[in-house]
Design a protein around this ligand. Structure first.
Ligand SMILES: Nc1ncnc2c1ncn2[C@@H]1O[C@H](COP(=O)(O)OP(=O)(O)OP(=O)(O)O)[C@@H](O)[C@H]1O
Ligand SMILES: [Mg+2]
Length: 353
């Protein structure tokens, strides 16, 4: 077919089809300021058909309304960023408003930039959090070192206490660096992790053995509960080990002396499940959605100020858990209430054959 033979039909059906194929919302007003044309993306933002109505009565945002008027009357193109609620959800739009030729009206093209803005905020929060996490232990290391230099070395007991505190803070920094490296690796891609078929009971036993000494130290009883038969899953064994290690570490940390932590493995038809249950202090419902975020800690004030001696972590453990589990096509959830302990449930795919 020669290029000359492709001619859009004169009735405008092509125009509407092309506009409907766009992700951006399009709004055209005529020379009198009436809405002449919209596309599907724009219709999805408004609950009713706005064509034929006056733009100034329809457009709620003042800056966009002015931009449309300027484009129409003064033939001036503008860019506007605006917030709007679309079906009850707050969104941020970037609007490009341009005049139509021959003073025929104006066109606005609106792009939903909410996901970009969210990412920007996430990155800003991340940098702020990371620098806070670095600063806290550094400040106290510096304080202890200065006190020693200023003469405390003369007192052997104080020296020992300060050096221990410095060592504790150094360990905290080291753990933060390690967690950040693990998280960066986990988040470097969304690609599924290499998967093998293995028995979930084996990994649960490994983790219980590895964390046994820690449980003894804290006076918490750690045990594994498994069915008699193998619970086969198709996943990445070392990622599952990391996931369970983080969950059991949390369970132990938030338990009181005399508490119990159970790693329970169960097989269902379509998925393999492993739960880490504890009898610790529990997590209030309002935190459930957020604890999987990077750096989020329920009791941030206390865990930060105690210098990381007993409870304080970096708040990265569960972010790592979530990312790894999702990359194995699995899911993780929490059930908990204050004083009722917590159960973290990980579900992983069964072998495909
Ligand atoms: N089993 C649990 N019982 C009570 N609270 C928990 C439990 N697991 C997690 N939490 C809460 O969720 C927060 C986030 O957990 P996460 O593992 O991400 O961070 P962390 O343990 O503080 O630090 P990290 O694991 O990086 O050393 C914790 O600070 C804690 O407040
Ligand atoms: Mg943790």
């Amino acid at each position: 077919m020669s290029r000359e033979s492709i001619r859009p039909p004169p009735d405008g059906t092509w125009l509407r089809a092309v506009l409907d194929a766009m992700v951006e919302a399009v709004l055209v007003v005529d020379a009198d300021g009436r809405i002449a044309l919209t596309n599907r993306a724009l219709d999805a933002m408004t609950s009713e058909d706005v064509r034929g109505r006056r733009a100034k009565n329809v457009i709620k945002n003042e800056r966009l309304r002015e931009a449309m008027r300027d484009a129409r009357k003064k033939r001036r193109a503008t860019e506007v960023e605006l917030e709007a609620s679309v079906r009850g959800r707050a969104r941020i739009f970037h609007a490009l408003v341009s005049p139509l030729p021959k003073r025929a009206g104006a066109v606005a093209v609106l792009r939903d930039v909410t996901p970009i803005k969210d990412l920007e905020r996430l990155r800003r929060d991340f940098v702020a959090n990371a620098s806070h996490e670095l600063r806290t232990p550094l400040t106290s290391i510096r304080g202890f070192a200065e006190t020693l230099v200023d003469g405390a070395v003369a007192d052997p007991a104080a020296t020992h206490r300060f050096l221990e505190a410095i060592l504790r803070q150094t360990k905290r920094l080291q753990r933060l660096a390690e967690d950040l490296a693990v998280l960066a690796r986990a988040e470097s891609t969304d690609e599924p992790l290499a998967a093998n078929v293995f028995d979930l009971r084996t990994i649960a036993a490994h983790v219980a053995t590895a964390l046994g000494p820690r449980a003894d130290e804290l006076g918490v009883k750690l045990r594994v509960s498994t069915p008699r038969r193998a619970v086969r899953t198709e996943a990445n064994a070392s990622a599952v080990e990391q996931v369970l290690t983080n969950l059991v570490d949390n369970a132990l940390k938030h338990s009181k002396r005399g508490g119990r932590v159970v790693i329970a493995v169960q097989g269902a038809v379509t998925l393999a499940r492993v739960e880490v249950r504890d009898t610790g202090r529990g997590i209030a419902a309002q935190h459930h959605a957020r604890i999987f975020e990077r750096f989020y800690r329920v009791d941030a004030g206390r865990t930060r100020s105690d210098g990381g001696a007993a409870v304080g972590g970096t708040g990265l453990g569960l972010a790592i858990v979530k990312h790894l589990v999702e990359r194995m096509r699995g899911s993780v959830s929490v059930e908990s209430a204050i004083g009722k302990g917590a159960t973290f449930r990980v579900e992983l795919p069964r072998p495909s054959r």
